[in-house]
Write a protein that binds this ligand. Structure first.
Ligand SMILES: [Zn+2]
Length: 270
């Protein structure tokens, strides 16, 4: 690589740096092209990826999460492929790939992977998606979606069932679980004749309406990315209604049967 300031070839150098990442000060060794004349530092895409992984691992080391290397080692010790590990954890294969390449796993997922690597059966909370149930969070997610869809999902019609809201919530929770190993709201879902619905929805609907979303943990950038994807995929109530009714993980259940989050990796339409 040549210096864009016209100083000729740059040299590959590794430099120790203190950076702040997710609020943590980290000492990392970055590898960059450095111009011996003007000191400019550049990274090509390969070095940029390498540096990102180094930062992600330094962060994970600092906050007590498994590093990429430890995830790969743990998986190989059990003789599992990425796909098999994903299946054991009930998440998508793409998530395992991303964690091994430097994406940072959630604490809930980290705990499950550790249990698995220690030879224990991972204690997935299959009906809450590894998160404490939160009415304010349900309200927060529904308000966010309503704003982006330009449609109030909390209105009383049709028939007091929050029919569409329940389907948007279901996809948000399921996709969040599939990609991060943790749901967004901790809600439990049952298969009803008109689609996936909040378990005990009759008791919950008024509580959701009166919940204070300001008490909820704010949405993370990852969660917002998932919600954006859901809004793009399902711009209308009709589109989400039709999609939910094509999902095998709903179709195959008996009426009233709970839909575990570990089914999320079989969501078909998004
Ligand atoms: Zn230069």
């Amino acid at each position: 690589m040549k210096c864009p300031n016209g100083h000729g070839p740059m040299e590959i150098k590794s430099l120790k740096k203190v950076i702040t990442f997710r609020g943590e000060k980290l000492l990392v060794e970055a590898v960059n092209y450095v111009c011996p004349v003007c000191g400019l530092e550049l990274a090509d895409s390969k070095l940029a990826r390498r540096n990102q992984l180094v930062i992600a691992d330094a962060y994970r080391e600092k906050v007590g999460l498994l590093t990429s290397r430890k995830i790969v080692e743990g998986r190989k010790r059990l003789g599992l492929s990425q796909k098999e590990l994903a299946r054991r954890l009930g998440v998508g294969e793409a998530s395992v790939k991303r964690w091994e390449l430097g994406s940072i796993q959630t604490k809930a997922m980290d705990r499950l992977m550790r249990q698995l690597f220690e030879g224990k059966h991972p204690e997935v909370d299959v009906y809450t998606g590894n998160r404490a149930f939160s009415l304010p969070r349900i309200k927060l997610v529904l308000k966010w979606l309503s704003k982006r869809l330009g449609k109030n999902l909390l209105v009383k019609k049709p028939r007091e069932k929050l029919l569409y809201a329940a389907k948007y919530l279901w996809y948000a929770d399921m996709i969040s679980y599939r990609e991060r190993g943790v749901s967004m709201t901790g809600a439990t879902y049952a298969a009803l004749p008109y689609g996936p619905q909040l378990n005990n929805y009759r008791e919950l609907i008024n509580e959701i309406r009166s919940a204070d979303e300001k008490k909820a943990e704010p949405l993370s950038p990852e969660e917002i990315r998932i919600l954006e994807k859901i809004v793009r995929r399902f711009p209308t109530e009709r589109s989400i209604f039709d999609a939910a009714h094509r999902e095998l993980i709903w179709k195959e259940k008996k009426t009233g049967e709970l839909i575990p989050y570990t089914d999320a990796c079989r969501i078909a339409v998004i």
